[in-house]
Design a protein around this ligand. Structure first.
Ligand code: B12
Ligand code: SF4
Length: 616
């Protein structure tokens, strides 16, 4: 996505200032400061260079910040409102802001960038609330890359998160206020017990809309002691979820919560499955545009469940009309110039290829991502949702994600992946697919099965960005207590081969993904000689040689050093449908073809029926 990422700009006519590296001497705010000050780490807030800059900062160790600085020399430039508050903030901050405004006034609350905290924290301040996605970088696909590069394991994002906490901790009025942390990365502070180090009083697990969150803020304002950790309820209805009235980082607007596929390692799946009302989403899109945002991204675990939650149809049969209607209205909102997809799942590509085709027509013109080497769109645009592949081993998939491929059986997971990716690629969708290496109980046979799927993708000329990570038992998930591989040097040769093969695969059509390959390529073999050999253990050696291309894969296989995946005979769409439970057939759309011979499906619901529920 190198040259194709949205270029940096401060556009939008608002003030752009360069963020300071050295803080100015502290002067208390003339008005005594705000009662409640909200913030988020700088590296989780910036959005002018596209999603990938944040993903890169989550993965690259801080000593490699020069890569980001060279690629995006102005990444620290920010836009401000007239009062010095932040022009954009992650959606989580905006929701805390909106939730608080139910009980406090605008005069009491500010959302600001970390470098501006001193302008708003004063004697009047009682709460500083921090929203964070990934403060310590101990989550999957983030910690792994920094640990591979050794000495300084701290990811760039973690460095900036710690910088924000240090600023809050060192403020002269610190004793007057409580520091409350929330967001999807709060658990990292709990798990690593870094309360003292970061100066955090309380971590909130859960959503800001909750009455318990409001009660916690009230307690903090009264100066009462707070619990170290509190879990608050997730709203259970569509109407209980709030929407931001201000500009969000990347124009993030929530589309769904929860998922429903019940993967054992998944955090968001623990939330109730809710698809949010279209009219409220549209309002949040318009609010973003009004405040100068040109990009929108609908946040979801699986975009394909929207419009099909709690209907008569199982959620894994996408509601084609509702989805096409929603995305059409989003991308056609005046002022929306770019739209980026977030997460999706693979089975819907097989279930409804015509949906994918229709969505491509709607979404491709507004996609800022171009990959000329693989796209057959006239402007070489592509769509890159994040999709979990996780493992190619049916044995492993049955244990950790038995419903990942529904309505198809998990026995057919490799077929669902390969057939789904075929449909995706035909429509210019080249997803980022995550893989988990080192799952609890993973054997060499499981690793070989994953390599079989990757080599089969290559053989069939399919393409996705493969993002491998080491299994991380995430807080509160059904696998929280399980242990997989904990140190990179404990990875087996085959597990290392998966990691290195993925990155080699990503380089195939050229240097599209600038951040991953860059991080791997920094002196690949030189680094190995210098340090990685010792750090990552002997099992790393041959996979790295394979990655470097210095010895061909065929020769490495002949030498018995790597495993080349065997050709897979998988099921095509018609064959997959033939294996589906018979009562699911009624939910398939006849216009996609491939139905069992002689079977006539009932007519689909009309759009009006669907819309009645969607806006209800
Ligand atoms: C959009 C998104 C992104 C975007 C944009 C992020 C951004 N800065 O805005 C991009 C693509 C850049 C991204 C990157 C990454 N992401 Co992300 N991302 C999401 C996604 C889809 C939506 C996040 C969102 O904005 N939701 C809407 C807001 C409203 O929800 P929220 O932030 O959770 O806020 C609510 C509560 O948490 C709470 N709250 C929030 N802040 C606070 C603060 C206080 C004080 C309180 C009381 C409450 C509170 O109230 C809010 C609601 O009312 C989520 C999945 C999800 N559905 O949450 C994954 C998710 C958060 N990301 C995840 C991961 C792993 C990553 C990456 C590490 C991936 C990678 N390897 O590169 C990076 C890390 C980026 C970084 N800067 O370090 C994981 C988190 C795992 C974890 N931390 O344990 C999630 C859950 C995805 C998943 N399925 O696993 N991500
Ligand atoms: S498909 Fe993705 S979001 Fe859904 S439960 Fe599995 S991992 Fe979680």
């Amino acid at each position: 996505m190198n040259s194709s990422l949205p270029s940096q700009n401060n556009g939008n006519g608002s003030k752009a200032k360069s963020n300071r590296d050295t803080p100015a001497p502290y002067t208390p705010p003339a008005d005594g400061g705000k009662l409640i000050v909200l913030t988020a780490p700088l590296s989780e807030t910036i959005d002018h260079a596209g999603y990938f800059i944040q993903m890169a900062m989550a993965s690259l160790p801080v000593w490699m910040e020069f890569v980001i600085n060279r690629k995006y020399p102005k990444w620290r430039d920010l836009e401000y409102n007239e009062d010095g508050s932040a022009r954009y903030m992650p959606a989580g901050v905006r929701l805390v802001q909106k939730s608080l405004l139910r009980e406090y006034t605008e005069k009491d609350i500010v959302a600001c960038y970390p470098d501006d905290l001193d302008k708003f924290i004063g004697p009047n301040t009682r709460v500083v609330a921090v929203s964070t996605h990934n403060p310590l970088g101990v989550t999957f696909a983030a910690g792994v890359y920094t640990s591979i590069f050794g000495s300084s394991r701290q990811p760039i994002n973690s460095h900036y998160a710690k910088q924000a906490f240090a600023r809050i901790k060192s403020n002269p009025f610190r004793k007057n206020y409580k520091v409350v942390v929330g967001g999807s990365g709060g658990w990292q502070i709990i798990n690593t017990n870094t309360y003292e180090e970061l100066g955090v009083d309380c971590v909130v697990e859960g959503r800001s809309e909750s009455a318990d969150t409001m009660a916690l803020f009230a307690k903090a304002i009264q100066g009462k002691d707070l619990p170290r950790e509190i879990t608050v309820n997730h709203p259970t209805t569509r109407d209980a979820i709030l929407f931001p009235d201000w500009r969000t980082t990347f124009g993030v607007v929530e589309m769904t919560t929860g998922c429903g596929r019940r993967c054992q390692f998944c955090v968001p799946d623990l939330n109730p499955q809710i698809d949010l009302p279209k009219d409220k989403m549209m309002e949040a899109v318009r609010a973003n545009v009004r405040q100068g945002n040109k990009q929108i991204s609908l946040a979801t675990e699986d975009m394909f469940i929207w419009g099909q939650v709690h209907t008569d149809t199982p959620f894994f049969f996408p509601n084609r009309e509702a989805l096409v209607d929603l995305y059409t209205d989003i991308v056609n909102t005046p002022g929306v110039e770019q739209h980026v997809l977030s997460h999706a799942t693979m089975a819907p590509f097989v279930v409804d290829p015509l949906l994918i085709k229709q969505l491509s027509e709607v979404l491709l013109p507004k996609s800022p991502i171009h990959i000329p080497q693989v796209s057959h769109h006239p402007l070489k645009k592509v769509l890159t949702p994040l999709i979990g592949l996780e493992t190619g081993s049916v044995r492993m998939a049955k244990q950790i994600m038995p419903s990942k491929g529904v309505p198809f059986s998990i026995e057919d997971w490799p077929s669902v992946v390969l057939e789904g990716l075929r449909v995706a690629n035909e429509n210019n969708w080249f997803p980022m697919m995550t893989l988990m290496v080192g799952n609890p109980g993973e054997t060499d046979e499981d690793s070989m099965a994953t390599l079989d799927v990757i080599y089969e993708m290559e053989r069939r000329g399919l393409f996705a960005f493969l993002v491998p990570s080491i299994f991380t038992p995430l807080h509160d998930t059904r696998m929280e207590k399980k242990t997989g591989v904990t140190e990179t040097k404990n990875l087996t040769q085959l597990q290392w081969q998966i990691m290195m093969k993925c990155w080699k695969f990503n380089l195939r059509p050229g240097q599209q993904s600038w951040w991953g390959p860059t991080s791997w390529r920094v002196g690949s073999i030189g680094l190995w000689l210098y340090k990685l050999r010792r750090l990552n253990g002997p099992n790393f050696t041959w996979p790295l040689w394979m990655f470097s291309g210095a010895i061909s894969e065929k020769n490495l296989e002949r030498m018995g050093k790597i495993y080349i995946g065997k050709p897979l005979k998988t099921k095509n769409r018609k064959e997959l449908i033939a294996t589906m439970k018979p009562h699911y057939l009624q939910y398939l759309r006849a216009d996609n073809g491939d139905l069992p011979d002689g079977y006539t499906p009932p007519p689909v619901k009309t759009k009006t029926e669907v819309d009645l529920r969607v806006v209800a």
